[in-house]
Ligand binder design. Structure first.
Ligand code: ARG
Length: 263
């Protein structure tokens, strides 16, 4: 179902592998702290973050995150929806554990994917799901298009998800969270060159790595000041020094999202 994204992931991982090999020659194995979960975070609950949603397939397998922005609207990543259809996607709220049976399973009546999303560049990585029935959880607000200053370098952002806790690791059974600093566009460009599309993306993470979103966290929120400001999108590997997480720059897409939320 979500296969096309894997190709790009594989390419990114290949490049990351080369970077790791180069680093290994310069640093002793003990010089870097062992990566920890999201990567590098702590466990939390959906009670603490009621707007965080699991996005699952029809059999309940979680593959992405999403954010409840109104009772019936969920913001996620466009790449999460590649090949998906409303009938084979579910949104699960109020479920802290992947293997839980609690919370609310919502059916999806409509999937809007930014029509300019392209897998080749990962630009415009935003989608809005419409739920058939309202979720009984408190939504979170999202940035408006005029709030372009929220991404000031050094600002603390919060990431959330059930993704893998290391680059080649397993998903986390329990929801996890961590904080990461927003990075300047110039440092993001230093990391990713022309793959970083400044109008569409923003980077967050530590230059030394160690804390990051990872596979399975995609589509989930990057919160700044408690407001949805980014969507987990991509990165080269996970939590590697010099390869920060890349998030959809939501201010660019706020008006498009608002049009969907009001539809
Ligand atoms: N594309 C991944 C997903 O589908 C998210 C990757 C985020 N990677 C990172 N290094 N921050 O779950």
């Amino acid at each position: 179902m979500f296969g096309p994204r894997r190709a790009r992931q594989a390419a990114a991982t290949l490049a990351a592998g080369a970077a790791v090999a180069a680093t290994a020659l310069l640093a002793s194995p003990t010089a870097s702290a062992a990566p920890q979960p999201i990567v590098g975070g702590t466990t939390t609950t959906t009670a603490a973050y009621p707007f965080i949603m699991q996005i699952t397939d029809a059999s309940g397998r979680q593959f992405c995150g999403g954010t409840l922005v109104s009772a019936t609207k969920v913001v996620t990543a466009a790449h999460c929806m590649a090949g998906g259809s409303a009938g084979n996607v579910r949104v699960v709220g109020g479920r802290t554990y992947l293997n839980g049976t609690d919370g609310t399973v919502g059916r999806v009546s409509k999937i809007w994917v930014d029509p300019e999303y392209t897998e080749a560049t990962s630009g415009h990585d935003v989608a809005v799901l419409t739920l058939s029935t309202p979720m009984p959880y408190k939504p979170v607000s999202y940035v408006s298009s005029s709030q372009t200053g929220v991404y000031a370098a050094g600002t603390t952002a919060r990431i959330l998800g059930w993704g893998t806790t290391s680059e080649y690791g397993s998903p986390s059974h329990q929801l996890r969270t961590a904080t990461v600093p927003v990075l300047s566009d110039s440092s993001c460009r230093t990391s990713y060159g022309s793959d970083f599309v400044q109008s569409d993306m923003v980077c967050a993470g530590y230059s030394s790595g160690g804390v990051d979103t990872c596979q399975g966290d995609s589509g989930g929120p990057l919160l700044i000041g408690g407001v949805l400001a980014g969507i987990t999108s991509w990165g080269e590997g996970c939590a590697e020094a010099g390869s920060p997480g890349v998030y959809t720059r939501l201010t660019t897409f706020s008006d498009l999202v608002t049009a969907q939320v009001g539809s």
